[in-house]
Design a protein around this ligand. Sequence first.
Ligand code: HEC
Ligand code: HEC
Length: 256
Amino acid sequence: MKAWALLVLLAAAAADLPANPNKSRKPKFSAADVAAGGRIFRSHCAECHGLTGEGGRGPDLTLGVFRHGAEDADLLATIMDGVPGTEMPGIYMEDHQAWQIVAYVRSLSARSAKRQVPGDAAAGEQVFRGRGACAQCHMVNGEGGRTGPDLSDAGGMRSAAFLRAALLEPDAYVRRAWWTYRLRTKAGEQVSGLALNQDTYSIQLLDAKGQLRSFAKSDLAGVEIDRKSPMPAYGGMLSQEEVDHVVAYLASLRRK
Ligand code: HEC
Ligand code: HEC
């Protein structure tokens, strides 16, 4: 066992240490740790973060931007505990394996020189606010609509490839939070919207007008779930060049 893995175990055993004992004891990673972490990454993480960490359903991990904390100990906690309320699962691993994954994730951002995205971000912003009418549904830095996800951190969360695919084939991947629910009540009313909450007895919808509606399930005659994206596919609406510009704009967006 590596010396630092032992340290971690000892630290965990000592009850009077702070909750995050690893913070001050940055382990030294060897090339073998990085390689071992890479193997675990490809089998457990690549499905969402891409084979080389470039992002997909999960954020791009090559940028060196970690919203949930960028210390090694923060990364360890994120990886082991997951991010509640998101698709990021926790993973049960021995400490030394979890540290190897941290070593690998660290090695990714070291590698990412600024990747070039074809297109011009300023021109992309114009399309976003103008012809594309993206701001009608999407918020960027507090401005825009609420019927689509907030894109203020699009470049920190998503790879350029993911952003392009989101524009060209929005139906290919729609997070559960954006599924449209169509309810029919026994009284004959039809309402559709995003499901904000539901439990055994009731469901709360955000309707198209942005109003919160609550229904008792016993009052419903039917529920249909539409997993398609409410977002139009832009392949036919924007030129190839405009798509490049919009992708460059989105890729430039980082949480301030
Ligand atoms: C089922 C999809 C999925 C899998 C599998 C998955 N992740 Fe994630 N991961 C996500 C999502 C989604 C987020 C973004 C959570 C959020 O919204 O904050 C995330 C966030 C993260 C973050 C935090 C990024 C930040 O900005 O702080 C790290 C680090 C991370 N994942 C690493 C991993 C590692 C390592 C594995 C494998 C052990 C893994 N993930 C497996 C979906 C996944
Ligand atoms: C009618 C409303 C609407 C319009 C107009 C719209 N979008 Fe969307 N967009 C959505 C919704 C809803 C989602 C979430 C479902 C999905 O992933 O497709 C989404 C998802 C996205 C995503 C993926 C976000 C993520 O991290 O998962 C991106 C990127 C995006 N839109 C960019 C754009 C751009 C750029 C435009 C303009 C060219 C645009 N959208 C126009 C509603 C819209």
